[in-house]
Design a protein around this ligand. Sequence first.
Ligand code: M7G
Length: 388
Amino acid sequence: MAEIVASTLVGKEPPIKRAKVEENGSNCEESIHAFIKNFAGFETTRILSESSQRKTICIEGSFEGNTSPAIVILEKKPFSGQNLKNILNIESILSKDFINDIYGNYECFPKLEYNGIKTTIIHPATEKHIKKFESQPIHLVEETPELYESITYPHLQTEQFDLTWVHNILEHKSEVDRIVFEDSDPTNGFILLPDLKWDGKQIENLYLVGIVNKKGIKSLRDLTGEHLNLLKNLMEKGCNAIEEKYKLPRSKLRVYLHYQPSFYHLHVHFTNLKYDAPGIYSEKSHLLTAVINNIELMPEYFQRVTLPFVLKETDKLFLKYEEKALLSVVLLAPALLVVILLPPALSVANSGCATPITTTGGTTLIISTTSIAAPSTAATPAPITLKI
Ligand code: M7G
């Protein structure tokens, strides 16, 4: 259990002292991580996103005396059957809300150490970090190999998250005591450790990440037959290590890659199959076993296939696709916005429902839906007909 520093609970500490982050090859900025003990002097600028379902909130703000923006992510933790005895005992205070016949509502205040909120602080946060956590309309892109070469790849050359944290792990400069498994082979080896999103405690939301030793493999798009041994090694040894340490067998794990990832150094996500981790949906995640099978069938599969991915409206890559008139926005249902990638000749300047749209190529795209006026959930979108 994490040590609780008395002052963190009082909240009356002087403003956080400034610390210099060690020069890491990228940029040397002031960071609060070396000294932060509480949120004294924290000013909320705005809420970037929140989810009552996930019980998370993401805040942009700043610390007193420090001009760089910070992102704070708060997340209530899931319950764990194994730890219930720490809550259902004499030390948990019950405050009665109301009673009606046999029904009673209470608020329970467990001991402080069993009441923690998982907190991630990113500081100093870049504009790209802020955009990553900001709630925005999203769009689906169907990326052909040609679009990857002409738009996505050139974009990645200039716009990427810094990989210092990855190199720190691989060079044993950070999170060394968190390593669960390491295979030091330079070609097929990797380091497996708990993901930033997991506090490493309850198995219910188990989340580890396997980071390959080899530099220069950016994403799924780069994978070929030459990486089969690396991928099989990740699957085999990663799952074995998790089974040994957390007693969760391979059949209870979801092992997958993201496309597009946020960080362009090959890594694999290992999560509890029961846990609806962020980014597990079909527009973003690719099961490692399927990746291996596809490459076995065709070694250059990922250089030839069209890959879908999701972009936020404020993402610079989205603007690049839009600039080239490769996206059209189609309203499927009140709360569900979908973009269809069209060949240049069919790109649409405007969109609507049950309205013929003349495209830049002179082709008419008729979009209609039978129940656009009726409320529809994202899970069951209204049917849509496309007539071109
Ligand atoms: P991704 O698919 O590139 O990004 O996965 P996304 O899932 O955020 O869209 C990168 C993974 O690395 C994510 O699951 C992150 O939570 C995790 N991660 C990111 N950082 C900065 C760290 C870190 O410093 N330490 C660890 N252990 N994991 C990290």
